[in-house]
Design a protein around this ligand. Structure first.
Ligand SMILES: *Cc1c(COP(=O)(O)O)cnc(C)c1O
Length: 223
C-alpha cells in the first residue's frame, strides 16, 4: 500500500470520528483530497483506493493530469481551489466540476460567458470564496459583501452557486472564521461549506464544514 493510501484511511477515520463527535449524520462531510503539485503516479493509487473528489490549485498543473486520469476514472470530481485569473476562465470551465474560488464580478462574468459558449456541455458548480480575515493578499469577498455577491452571481451571471469556502488567516485560531462562514452559508440558504485543511479539519467539521480540503495529511509534504 502506498503511504498516501494508508494516510487516506487515517484521514477518513478522523473525519468519521469528528462527524460523530459533532452529532452530525455519518457521511455528511466530503473529503476533497488536495493533489496540487503531485503527479499522476501519486494520485492514481488514491483513486484506486476509492477516493473520488480532488482539489487542484493551478490550471496548468490540473490540465496536465486530469484529462488522462478521468479516462480511467470518469466519475472523479475535480475542484478548483486556487486563485483563478479571468483569462483562465475558459480552461477552468472545461476542466473543473466545482470552482471554489469565485470572488469577483469580473470573474463571474467571464465564467458566465465561457459556460454559454460551451453550449450546455459544461455546467460547473460554484462556491463563493469569503476572505473571513479581510487579509489584503488573499482572494475572496469581504464577509459584509458576501450576500450581495452571492445574489449577483446567481441573478446577474446565472451561476450555480451551491456554497461558500474560506481559508482562515494562518496565524489565528480558525474556529471564529469557520463559524462566520457557516453563518453566511445558512443565511443565504447554501448547502455547501468548504473549510478546514490538514491542520484543522476536525475543528472545521465541528463548526459545520460539509467539505474539508486535505492535502499534505494524505499526499505528504509538497516539494
Ligand atoms: C493547499 C490547499 C489546501 C490543502 O492544504 P494542506 O495543508 O496541505 O492540507 C486546502 N485548501 C487550499 C485552498 C489550498 O490551497
Amino acid at each position: 500500500m502506498s503511504d498516501a493510501v494508508s494516510r487516506l484511511a487515517e484521514v477518513r477515520s478522523a473525519i468519521a470520528a469528528a462527524t460523530a463527535d459533532a452529532k452530525r449524520p455519518e457521511g455528511s462531510v466530503t473529503l476533497v483530497a488536495v493533489s496540487k503539485t503531485f503527479p499522476i503516479e501519486a494520485i492514481e493509487p488514491v483513486l484506486a483506493a476509492g477516493q473520488r473528489v480532488f482539489g487542484e490549485n493551478y490550471v496548468q498543473d490540473a490540465k496536465g493530469k486530469w484529462p488522462e486520469l478521468r479516462q480511467r476514472y470518469p466519475d472523479a470530481e475535480v475542484h478548483m481551489i486556487g486563485p483563478l485569473q479571468s483569462n483562465k476562465a475558459k480552461e477552468a470551465v472545461a476542466l473543473f466540476d466545482v470552482i471554489e474560488t469565485l470572488d469577483r464580478p469580473s470573474l463571474a462574468k467571464e465564467l458566465q460567458k465561457e459556460i454559454q459558449k460551451a453550449g450546455g456541455t459544461r455546467r460547473p458548480r460554484f462556491l463563493v470564496q469569503v476572505n473571513t480575515g479581510a487579509e489584503p493578499q488573499k482572494g475572496g469577498v469581504l464577509p459584509e459583501e458576501a450576500d450581495a455577491f452571492i445574489r449577483a452571481c446567481r441573478e446577474t451571471y446565472g451561476l450555480d452557486v451551491e456554497g461558500v469556502m474560506c481559508i482562515p488567516p494562518a496565524d489565528e485560531p480558525p474556529a471564529p472564521h469557520f463559524a462566520l462562514l457557516t453563518t453566511i452559508a445558512r443565511r443565504n440558504g447554501l448547502k455547501t461549506v468548504s473549510m478546514g485543511m490538514s491542520a484543522d479539519y476536525p475543528t472545521a467539521i465541528a463548526m459545520g464544514a460539509t467539505h474539508v480540503r486535505v492535502g499534505s495529511a494524505i499526499f505528504g509534504a509538497r516539494g
